[in-house]
Write a protein that binds this ligand. Structure first.
Ligand SMILES: [Zn+2]
Length: 94
């Protein structure tokens, strides 16, 4: 058997658009964006994709949580004016 013909179709690294965010709307104050799984996100939070999260953050009345990846990831993207940075996300905080 010749296995050299087996296709190796590995997809390139996934774009950060697959990132999941939580838009939390507290009873008072601005809406807060969290990364999925953030301990500060409430059960009332709505899941958003990155594009929707950026749209929300670009508008008034929405802030990014500074205790999770929301602030570190979304704010730089917003300031760069693009939703698909080609550089890898540096989330290492050890
Ligand atoms: Zn958070």
């Amino acid at each position: 058997m010749d296995l050299s013909a087996v296709p190796t179709t590995r997809r390139p690294s996934p774009a950060p658009t697959a990132w999941a965010w939580i838009l939390d709307r507290p009873a008072r104050g601005p809406a807060v964006l969290h990364s999925e799984g953030c301990q500060h996100a409430s059960e009332r939070g709505r899941p958003l994709r990155t594009e929707a999260a950026l749209d929300a953050l670009a508008g008034p009345g929405t802030v990014a949580c500074t205790d999770c990846d929301a602030n570190d990831v979304l704010v730089p993207i917003l300031h760069h004016g693009q939703s698909g940075p080609s550089h890898p996300l540096d989330s290492g905080q050890d």
